[in-house]
Design a protein around this ligand. Sequence first.
Ligand code: LLP
Length: 453
Amino acid sequence: MSPVNRLQEIPTRPFHYAGAQDRDLLCDRVPLSRLVRAYGTPLYVYSATNILGRVRLFAEAFAGMRATVCYSVKANSNLSILRLLAAADAGFDIVSGGELERVRQAAKSSLRRVVFSGVGKTAAEIDAALAARILVFNVESPAELDLLEQRARHLRKRAPVAMRVNPDVFAATHPYISTGMTEHKFGVAIGDAAALYQRAARSSYLTPTGVSVHIGSQIRSAEPFGQALQRVVQLVRELQSSYGIQIRHIDAGGGLGISYQADDAPQQGKRPANAESFDPKAAVLEYAQQMRVALAGFDGELLLEPGRFIIAQAGALLAQVLHTKRNGKKAFVVTDAAMNDLIRPALYQAYHSILPLRRQQDRPSAVVDVVGPVCETGDFFARDRELAALDAGDFLAILDAGAYGMSLSSNYNSRPRAAEVLVEGNRHRLIRRRETMRDLLAVERTFLNGGAE
Ligand code: LLP
């Protein structure tokens, strides 16, 4: 039985309070206080059950269609997580030779389910992907099509090709992660695609097999996905009827959003004004329905590239409070995690719920900024947030950090990166050890007195 079928229930909230008087925050059945004692902080914790549950939501929502989830590796590329997803029959969406190598290391047999996206593939990356016999190259420009043909000829291989088309569809999200309009760098204008397909069809080294589209990330409404796909289906029909080019798959990209505010609810026993309810099952069903309508009459395979929806809510970043302080009217909670561990608030003004690992009913709430030790004012996790008062030594969890948390982390301020732990039921395993200064310094060289060592 596949790990997906093994699941009896899909907890929508992997992080929840339980224990005496519901005081302790757990991931699945593991108290997080146990994990911070065992592994230290900052610490990323993920629920395997929740990750697999999200894959199953996709499988159920797309039942009856030939649909394959190609998990977007950039969201979280830990080898154990890739292996977990491969065991659940997922394919992978990659954007670099590095991500290709991760898939190879985690699950070699999944290489044939890899789609390779990205506006700037190098010759070396293309060569590696050709040698790995991936499923398809999502080509984003005429120049890339030329390069792909040249490399395929050189290696005497045939490259499967999908043009990534830019459908010029507006989708409401943060401007940094909106990709589906002509002003963005991604894809080729949908009107220019037919000529490129003809070019590919004429080549002995290229085989047009698909069309791909990706309109952006953290998109909360299903409609733009349907609109984009309708334009793609029109193109597929034109390719078939006008040029006899058969398209076997449509890749709808990723982008399905989540709610970052729904988990504030358990914090103080009352729902803050900004909390909303979020039903992931309803979200993916509505998304699938849009696709089903748009794809009516297309009998090929549908590829999907979700990242955030699969893993964001399965993960939290745990931190310890180092100090609390006041500057004038402002109160600050300084944690041992910082923007180098989770940059989303700094980069996209993103909201993440913050919960204490131990709830104390008698503590008053206070309006605080939760900040890290990095030397930038942009180093914050929350601003002017009402939280149950936190003291030095307390631990907290920054929720919905499973996607684009660890994968966007850095060593800024020479801070070794956090450890990662995967929880399944009542078990927990370290899936990435904490970095040490030795790791950081290992790749550097010093030149003494101006001469090389
Ligand atoms: N496919 C392609 C071609 C992509 O560019 C992306 C994300 C995905 C799939 C997955 O999208 P998702 O399902 O995760 O929305 N760092 C930002 C998000 C960047 C998304 C980049 N591309 C954030 O933390 O919000």
